[in-house]
Design a protein around this ligand. Structure first.
Ligand code: PDD
Length: 284
C-alpha cells in the first residue's frame, strides 16, 4: 500500500514529495488545509470539506486555481492510487513559492499538495474509558473559522496536554469561555441537552460537529450553540470532543478532576453510535 502524494500536478510516492524552502506555507504558514477520513476507500463528507476549503481560501484572499477546483477528483484519484482503504486524506493549498516578503507575491502560483496515509486505528478502550483533557488559554487569532496551516498556538496547546498526560487541550478565551480543543470541537451535556460553542470567528466550524449536532436533533436532544464557561464544562453530566479523525470521543476528566460520574456518558454513547451509523450509511 503506497503512501501517495500529489504535488503541483504530479502524483508520486510520499517519500519523494518536495516543495520549495521558499514556499509561503513553510515560511509564513500562509495556506489552508483539510483533513478527510476515508472509510473502505470512500472519502467521508468530501463535499463539505471542499466547501470549507474554498471558504478558508477566500478568507485569506487566496484565489483558487483551476487545479484546486478539481481537488475533489484529484483526492479521489490519489486515494485510488494508494489502495489504502482506511485512509486519512490531507489537502493543502498555500500561496505558493516566492522570495521571502510578507506582502502577497505578485506572480506566485498556489502550491497544491495532497497526501494519503493509513488512518491510525483508535485504541480499543478509548470509547469505553474516555479521555482526560486540560484547559489552556486560547491564544489564537480571531479568524479561527479559517482552517489555516498556521497552527502554532494549537501545537503549543496540544503539547501542554501531552506534558500533562492528557489527550486534548480545551481552549479558554479571555479566561471566560470554552471555544474548542487544539484539534477538536468540544461539547458538554447537561440535563439531556447538548452544548457547544457557536459557529463564528472563534472556532473552526467542524464537519463532524455539524453532523453530530444534526444527529443530536434527530434523536430529540435539545442543542444549545452558545459559549459556556470552564466551570460549566467541569460540572457537566457528560462531555465529548469531535473531529474527522477521532469521530466522537468521550471526556471523563478535566484538569485532573472527574466529570459527571467519571465514565463516558449515555448520550455521548448514543451520538458516537449514531455517527458510526451515519458513516456506514454515507460510505456504503
Ligand atoms: N482538525 N477545531 C480545530 C481547531 C481543528 O483543527 C479541527 C480538526 C476541528 C474538528 O473539525 P472537523 O470535524 O471538521 O475535523 C475543530 C483536523 C482533524 C486536523 O487538524 O488534523
Amino acid at each position: 500500500m503506497p503512501e501517495i502524494a500529489f504535488v503541483n500536478g504530479e502524483f508520486m510516492d510520499l517519500s519523494d514529495a518536495r516543495v520549495s524552502v521558499e514556499d509561503r506555507g513553510f515560511q509564513f504558514g500562509d495556506g489552508v488545509y483539510e483533513v478527510v477520513r476515508c472509510y473502505h476507500g470512500v472519502p467521508f463528507a468530501l463535499e463539505e470539506h471542499l466547501r470549507r476549503l474554498e471558504r478558508s481560501a477566500s478568507g485569506i484572499e487566496l484565489g483558487i486555481p483551476e487545479e484546486t477546483r478539481r481537488l475533489g477528483e484529484l483526492a479521489v484519484e490519489a486515494l485510488r492510487r494508494s489502495q489504502i482503504a482506511e485512509a486519512v486524506l490531507y489537502m493543502q493549498v498555500t500561496r505558493g513559492w516566492a522570495p521571502r516578503n510578507h506582502a502577497f507575491p505578485e506572480a506566485a502560483k498556489p502550491t497544491v499538495v495532497i497526501t494519503v496515509r493509513p488512518a491510525k486505528p483508535a485504541p480499543p478502550d478509548r470509547a469505553a474509558l474516555g479521555v482526560s483533557v486540560i484547559t489552556v488559554p486560547d491564544e489564537r487569532w480571531l479568524r479561527c473559522d479559517i482552517k489555516s496551516t498556521d497552527l502554532l498556538p494549537n501545537v503549543m496547546a496540544k503539547q501542554k496536554a501531552v506534558r500533562a498526560g492528557a489527550f486534548e487541550a480545551v481552549m479558554i478565551r479571555d479566561g471566560a469561555y470554552v471555544t474548542e480543543g487544539a484539534s477538536t470541537n468540544v461539547f458538554a451535556v447537561k440535563d439531556d441537552a447538548v452544548y457547544t460553542a457557536p459557529e463564528g470567528p472563534r472556532i473552526l466550524s467542524g464537519i463532524t460537529r455539524a453532523i453530530v449536532l444534526g444527529l443530536a436533533r434527530e434523536h430529540g436532544m435539545p442543542v444549545v450553540e452558545e459559549f459556556f464557561t470552564p466551570e460549566f464544562l467541569a460540572r457537566a453530566d457528560e462531555a465529548f470532543i469531535t473531529s474527522t479523525t477521532l469521530e466522537v470521543v468521550p471526556c471523563v476528566r478535566v484538569d485532573g478532576r472527574p466529570m459527571g460520574d467519571g465514565r463516558p456518558g449515555p448520550l455521548t454513547h448514543v451520538l458516537a453510535s449514531a455517527y458510526s451509523a451515519e458513516v456506514t450509511k454515507r460510505t456504503a
